[in-house]
Design a protein around this ligand. Structure first.
Ligand SMILES: CCCCCCCCCC/C=C\CCCCC/C=C/C(=O)SCCNC(=O)CCNC(=O)[C@H](O)C(C)(C)COP(=O)(O)OP(=O)(O)OC[C@H]1O[C@@H](n2cnc3c(N)ncnc32)[C@H](O)[C@@H]1OP(=O)(O)O
Ligand SMILES: Cc1cc2nc3c(=O)[nH]c(=O)nc-3n(C[C@H](O)[C@H](O)[C@H](O)COP(=O)(O)OP(=O)(O)OC[C@H]3O[C@@H](n4cnc5c(N)ncnc54)[C@H](O)[C@@H]3O)c2cc1C
Length: 674
């Protein structure tokens, strides 16, 4: 399915793999895209966006200096931004920030090997305007933001605080005399730090600050703040802004710092959907739930699950195609060198990546639908579903990002030395995804948010009160005792819920025992956090296993038998993989026996063998174009060695036969003249 412009010879091994694939690749592509029509739309958008003229880079990005890299990223962002502005909105208007934003995001990878300096503009500035502004404010800011007249970012984190939002120090003090807010950074640690695009690119940003009025602090609220002149781009008086320096990844995102010296903004620049300041300084709270200003973070956590699923699909595509092309060692003396994909250990490294990409993609689609329901509820003034959704999106964000980062690194390992080349694109995919584990809520911190909800749910179950859907299993597993073992897929999912319930129960006991010794609840909680994180992880794994299994069954109801078979093999592989990974938990909380464990392992190895002939077809079905994959190892035609050499020759060090350092340093050293 991938586009192979200028039809070139396809590597023979890859061609054979494709010929032997048991199913129609397009059928799985349609499933993953959510239907044939979505695939057609996506391909149309990709066809008119991904033109050579827009994408060509004479020198590989990684060979540029930091400044040149940034400038190139801005150039491409403007081309990309213009495309979005002029054409792509035709494909769905504001809906572009719903499902179609995934297509936009996918295409963006062809423009930026790293990150667009405008990512935060589309990814957080615009969504925060949509989520936090009144209708009147939206009509002022949205058209300007969508037409890129104002370019913005989201500046919440400070040098001193990221996780603990209530600890932010930037102040916004209302002055009724002038009807303005005075923004101030009272300490070094109060400087905003990290916002993408802030360093050099944006002229506006959303600033989260402690709101003070009439001598009282009302906690953190978002404000829209102009920081640079629209004509000269100079920082405005009272603003200190700059870039934070090189990072593990995200190096074209010009993450920035920002400080305010009694900087004034109009009253109406407070985003007033959830709270208002009247002209006389009276504070009016409209948010009955209390955490509605955290809405953008929840939205991004939902988006991130899809984001990492896609990035894992990219890494799996690269590693599986490469493993079909690469031949190494010998299985039996004198035999030809096998494709490395024929090593069972290689299959063990890679097939779980394909299955996890499916699991996360289907879970992300389900999460998006659940989120849409919550948003509709909120529009009708109902916030009851928010605590459960916060708990769900927090743990799914934590586990999906962590799993994806580990598995992407595994894909890199599976490509040996060549996986270490920047031109393989695996290092950049990893550096991007590993950041997702931290930003928008650190892994541990978010799992502890879920744990809070789980402990409360347990207490509700104890009290015989009804439970919300994602924790309703607690009623079933409430009583002590081991969960019966059954090695069917449904049985493994039930056992996963049983493990989660067992772990939550153990946490409740630990906390209560500690409280009985005289500790405060907070101290007892703190001492139990290692178990609480493990319990939240177990809960989340059970949810992913459940959703993946049931969604895969639902989606393939009308599929051809071969597609249904391979999809079932993948879900079963995923469930067996996690049962084996968490075998200690199963031995503790379920009735699994030693013979069952042997059977699980045997079945897992059988599944590797069954999936092997379809592995290339399965990654082809992700249908990720070469321009988006950006990889010497993973291109559709499998011309791995040719591409590695072509890219090597582009290195600036190869532009001249002898580098001047020879005459300056090496020769004097060789001649004892240094
Ligand atoms: C170019 C192409 C464009 C294509 C289009 C766009 C595509 C977009 C794709 C996007 C993908 C990637 C891009 C992303 C780039 C992002 C870069 C990064 C940005 C950032 O990182 S922004 C900063 C994010 N910061 C955080 O996430 C901080 C984490 N901390 C917190 O969330 C909170 O402080 C906390 C939850 C840890 C604690 O909060 P606190 O106020 O102290 O509360 P508690 O006392 O702990 O709890 C009180 C009760 O409130 C409940 N609660 C907390 N949060 C929420 C919430 N969000 N919703 C509902 N309820 C919440 C909590 O559970 C407690 O309840 P309880 O008392 O237990 O009942
Ligand atoms: C690439 C990147 C881009 C970013 N972009 C933006 C942006 O555009 N805008 C923005 O506002 N921010 C941005 N951030 C900041 C990001 O949101 C924060 O870094 C993140 O929320 C984590 O907060 P922190 O850095 O304060 O970590 P800390 O909270 O200091 O975490 C350090 C360690 O302490 C632990 N810890 C902290 N609190 C607790 C607790 N209560 N219980 C147990 N353990 C705890 C954590 O688990 C972690 O191990 C970005 C970050 C990165 C890496």
């Amino acid at each position: 399915m991938s586009d192979n412009k200028g039809v070139r010879r396809v590597n023979e091994d890859l061609a054979r793999e494709r010929a032997n694939c048991s199913f129609d690749v397009r059928e799985i592509t349609f499933l993953l895209d959510g239907g044939e029509n979505n695939t057609i739309t996506r391909k149309k958008i990709e066809d008119f966006t991904l033109t050579d003229e827009l994408l060509s880079d004479k020198v590989p990005d990684e060979c540029l200096s930091p400044k040149e890299k940034y400038e190139n990223a801005v150039r491409k962002s403007c081309l990309f931004g213009k495309l979005v502005k002029d054409k792509l909105l035709e494909f769905g208007g504001l809906e572009t920030f719903g499902p179609n934003s995934f297509v936009l995001r996918r295409i963006a990878d062809a423009f930026f090997k790293e990150i667009s300096p405008l990512l935060l503009h589309l990814g957080m500035f615009v969504p925060t305007i949509l989520g936090q502004c009144t209708a009147e404010q939206q009509s002022e800011w949205l058209p300007r933001a969508l037409s890129m007249q104002v370019i913005g970012t989201y500046a919440q984190t400070e040098l001193g605080h990221g996780t603990f939002i209530r600890g932010l120090e930037t102040t916004a003090t209302y002055d009724p005399e002038t009807e303005e807010f005075v923004l101030h950074s009272p300490t070094l640690s109060s400087f905003k730090w990290w916002a993408g695009g802030l360093g050099k690119t944006v002229n506006h940003c959303i600033v989260v600050a402690q709101l003070h009025t009439k001598g009282q602090c009302h906690g953190t609220h978002p404000f829209i703040v102009q920081i640079r002149d629209l004509e000269t781009h100079q920082p405005l008086p009272g603003i200190k802004v700059g870039e934070i320096g090189p990072k593990l990844g995200f190096n074209t995102a010009d993450n920035g710092f920002l400080g305010f010296d009694k900087y004034r903004i109009p009253r109406m620049n407070m985003m007033m959907k959830n709270a208002q300041i009247l002209k006389d300084g009276t504070y009016v709270k409209l948010d009955r739930h209390g955490k509605m200003t955290y809405g953008t973070m929840v939205f991004i956590r939902v988006m991130v699950v899809n984001e990492v699923a896609f990035n894992l699909a990219k890494a799996a595509t690269i590693a599986v195609r490469y493993s079909a092309v690469r031949r190494q060692s010998e299985k039996k003396p004198g035999e030809p060198e096998p494709q490395i994909l024929d090593y069972v250990t290689q299959q063990h490294k890679l097939f779980i990546c394909i299955a996890t990409a499916h699991a996360l993609q289907l879970t992300s689609d389900w999460l998006w639908r659940t989120f849409s329901g919550v948003v509709t509820d909120i529009k009708h003034g109902k916030t009851d579903s928010l605590p459960e959704f916060h708990a769900l999106s927090s743990c799914l964000k934590a586990i999906s990002t962590s799993d994806a980062a580990l598995l992407i690194e595994q894909c890199r390992h599976s490509c040996g030395g060549h996986g270490y080349m920047m031109s393989s694109n695996l290092p950049l995919i990893y550096s991007f995804v590993t950041a997702t584990r931290t930003y928008e809520g650190d892994y541990t911190v978010l799992l502890l948010q879920t744990a809070r909800f789980l402990i409360k749910a347990w207490e509700q179950a104890e009290a015989g009160k009804p439970l919300t859907p994602t924790v309703s299993y607690l009623t079933k597993y409430f009583k002590d005792g081991r969960v019966p073992w059954d090695s069917t897929s449904e049985g493994i999912v039930n056992a996963a819920y049983g493990v989660a319930a067992g772990k939550i129960s153990a946490c409740v006991k630990s906390i209560r025992n500690r409280v009985k010794t005289g500790l405060s609840y907070e101290d007892a909680w703190d001492l139990t956090t290692v178990q609480l994180v493990a319990a939240a992880e177990a809960h989340c794994r059970a949810v992913i296993c459940d959703v993946y299994r049931s969604e895969a069954v639902r989606l393939t109801e009308k599929s051809s038998p071969n597609v249904r078979a391979v999809m079932r093999q993948l879900t079963t592989l995923y469930l067996h993989y996690w049962a084996l990974e968490r075998i200690g938990d199963l031995l503790r909380y379920s009735a699994v026996s030693e013979e069952d464990v042997v059977a699980l392992q045997q079945k897992y190895e059988e599944l590797l063998a069954l999936i092997r002939p379809d592995a290339v077809g399965l990654v082809d079905a992700f249908d990720i174009r070469d321009e988006i994959l950006n990889s010497t190892l993973g291109a559709y035609d499998g011309r791995v060695y040719e591409r590695l050499m072509e890219e090597a020759l582009k290195s600036p060090l190869n532009a001249e036969p002898v580098n001047r350092s020879f005459h300056m340093y090496l020769k004097p050293l060789m001649q004892g003249k240094l």
